[in-house]
Design a protein around this ligand. Structure first.
Ligand SMILES: Cc1cc2nc3c(=O)[nH]c(=O)nc-3n(C[C@H](O)[C@H](O)[C@H](O)COP(=O)(O)OP(=O)(O)OC[C@H]3O[C@@H](n4cnc5c(N)ncnc54)[C@H](O)[C@@H]3O)c2cc1C
Ligand code: FES
Length: 262
């Protein structure tokens, strides 16, 4: 069930560089949130930032009612959020969107680009057993939550564009180098920038492992009313084989086979 509630900030700290972690008291959202879903946060209650900002649910604890988000300061909205002290509130709409799908015997393999590892952290906590996460980042300064994944028993493999940590190259190349380690019950989960996800979809297609991808687009309303967030999905009933899908409502998580890659 979706709620729009004023949620008190419990803490809001700097994690590393421009990455911050904010914890809200949001029992209604925490009770029903599923891995892959997101929330839409009103960063400011003035007319300056009328649009809310979407953030993946990094963790949601139904017992404590705590909702954790990790965000990078990239513009005005996230800069405002970084200044929110404990005790202030933000209206939060959520949980929104679709969730990652998996069976009880799944061997999870995550491909997370940039701050994608934030979105998949909740998944890593909920899957029946730990798996392998491939993290792709520009440099070692953008690699997030490595120790948190390791504490959950996950094998962490890192690829950086500049070679400052782990494999020097693309996350898709690193993943392909490890496919012999994947058992038959493997499912792949992808989250990250669109170009990385389109590359991942093409990379996994011949592997025959199922794959879900989290297509995080720029958003307006977050609830299916404005069409700001559309992506192309396959549609065999349409003359050209595809249609536009509002990712905030039909996604943001899609089976990789449904996403139109051209
Ligand atoms: C479903 C979803 C989940 C997200 N989860 C997270 C998360 O867990 N942590 C996190 O840090 N960010 C996340 N984002 C991105 C986050 O919403 C944006 O960074 C934020 O809205 C930027 O707001 P701003 O006002 O600070 O920046 P703006 O001034 O709006 O934009 C600053 C810069 O960021 C870029 N930007 C804005 N939105 C996006 C986007 N959706 N994708 C890529 N670039 C964008 C703009 O093009 C611009 O270059 C998510 C986005 C979506 C759609
Ligand atoms: S953001 Fe408005 S329809 Fe998706």
């Amino acid at each position: 069930m979706m709620d729009d509630v004023a949620c008190p900030v419990l803490s809001n700290i700097t994690l590393q560089d421009s990455y911050h972690k904010i914890i809200f008291d949001a029992p209604h959202i925490a009770a029903s949130a599923k891995p892959g879903q997101f929330v839409h946060v009103e960063v400011d209650d003035t007319t300056e930032h009328v649009l809310r900002r979407p953030f993946s649910i990094c963790d949601a604890d139904a017992e404590t009612g705590h909702l954790t988000l990790i965000y990078k300061v990239v513009g005005e909205g996230t800069a405002k959020l970084a200044k929110k002290p404990a005790g202030e509130t933000c209206r939060i709409l959520g949980p929104l969107g679709t969730a990652y799908q998996y069976k009880d015997d799944v061997f999870p393999v995550i491909a997370a680009g940039g701050f994608g590892s934030v979105s998949t952290m909740f998944l890593a906590k909920k899957t029946p057993r730990p798996g392998i996460i491939f993290m792709g980042a520009r440099s070692k300064h953008d690699v997030l939550l490595v120790e948190e994944y390791r504490k959950l028993g996950w094998q962490v493999e890192i690829a950086t564009d500049d070679g400052s940590e782990g494999f020097h190259g693309l996350i898709t190349t690193l993943l392909l180098n490890h496919t012999n380690d994947f058992p038959a019950e493997t499912k792949i989960f992808g989250c990250g920038p669109a170009p990385m996800l389109y590359a991942l979809i093409k990379t996994v297609a011949p592997l025959k492992f199922p794959c879900d991808v989290s297509m995080e687009q720029h958003m307006g309303c977050g609830v299916g009313a404005c069409f700001a967030c559309v992506i192309k999905v396959k549609d065999p009933t349409s003359p050209d084989g595809w249609r536009y899908s509002r990712s905030c409502k039909e996604g943001v998580v899609y089976p990789s086979t449904e996403v139109y890659c051209g």
